[in-house]
Design a protein around this ligand. Structure first.
Ligand code: GLN
Length: 287
């Protein structure tokens, strides 16, 4: 147990050193973030008043979080929050942490849906914390949506997020297996499925492999298992003129295209993320 250093400034030094010794990059910035999270003070206050007194209960909390971070637990889990599409989303250890790459799906849908006032019916398969659905409901003010997740705990988190964002009247969150039990059709379907081949999970960053839910990552032997199910579901649930945007893992565009085409879907476009990787496959029903 490291005893209370007494001041904010010194505590930042200690936290930063512990994190840096644990191999965390940007340890100083993260030390500030942790102190900010626990004290509720702004960075300006933290920097401007290094001699401010640090209370024992605050230090104990900071130390606890520092130890978790030193084990490479993601900051988003420590702070129970992650921003996506500039919106705050609660995350828990049962939900995948939203990635900026997934914003490619939202951008792609927006590019192909010119009418922001359309009364769209949106489906998010494997909604996780609800980030894709939340982003779309923000952009399409008259849309309604359904988010489904196989995990009960995750769907509770998604529901809380819809509540917090003010979308609870426009969003229904279900616990279920992909489209099981859903009978209506949708103008927009989005999905970020698990797509990492089972054998590659162990090669992911420690923060991902040790802390994020494997259920949201593991795409089976070849990483494509979910796409085989989703392709059928999209074909069944998408309206004639509807659009489906599905996230792709690295190098998966050709195989997923093949799976989708075999299931009566047409590929409209494949779009890239900020690192120029093929990230989103936009599909329609083949007429
Ligand atoms: N993009 C995530 C990662 O690389 C994986 C998310 C997923 O499987 N859908 O860690």
């Amino acid at each position: 147990m490291i005893s209370n250093p007494g001041t904010l400034g010194e505590s930042i030094e200690i936290v930063s050193t512990i994190l840096s010794e644990a191999g965390i990059e940007n340890s100083r910035r993260e030390a500030h973030l942790l102190l900010q999270y626990v004290t509720g003070k702004s960075v300006t206050d933290l920097r401007g008043f290094p001699k401010a007194r640090l209370y024992a209960d605050v230090w104990n909390k900071v130390l606890l979080l520092t130890k978790r971070r030193a084990q490479h637990e993601p900051m988003a889990y420590l702070m129970k929050n992650k921003e996506f599409w500039s919106l705050p989303f609660e995350v828990t250890e049962d939900t995948l942490i939203p990635r900026p790459d997934s914003e490619t799906l939202i951008e792609t849908i927006l590019d192909f849906t010119p009418n922001a006032n359309a009364r769209l019916n949106i489906l998010d398969l494997g909604t996780g914390c609800g980030c894709l659905l939340g982003a779309l409901l923000t952009e399409f003010k008259y849309a309604v949506g359904v988010g489904v997740d196989a995990s009960k705990s995750t769907s509770s988190t998604a529901r809380r997020n819809m509540q917090r964002l003010g979308f609870i009247d426009r969003a229904e969150i279900r616990t279920g297996n992909w489209g099981d039990g859903i009978k209506t059709s949708f103008d927009i379907i989005v999905c970020n499925p698990p797509y990492i081949p089972s054998g590659e999970i162990e090669m992911l960053d420690i923060g991902v492999r040790k802390f994020e839910p494997h259920m949201a990552l593991d795409g089976g032997r070849d990483g494509l298992e979910s796409y085989r199910i989703i392709a059928r579901e999209i074909h069944r649930l998408l309206t004639k003129s509807g659009l489906a945007a599905v996230e792709l893992g690295l190098g998966q565009a050709p195989e997923v295209t093949h799976i989708f085409e075999k299931n009566g879907l047409k590929i409209k476009k494949i779009t890239q993320d900020l690192a120029f990787q093929n990230r989103c496959l936009l599909a329609t029903v083949r007429n």
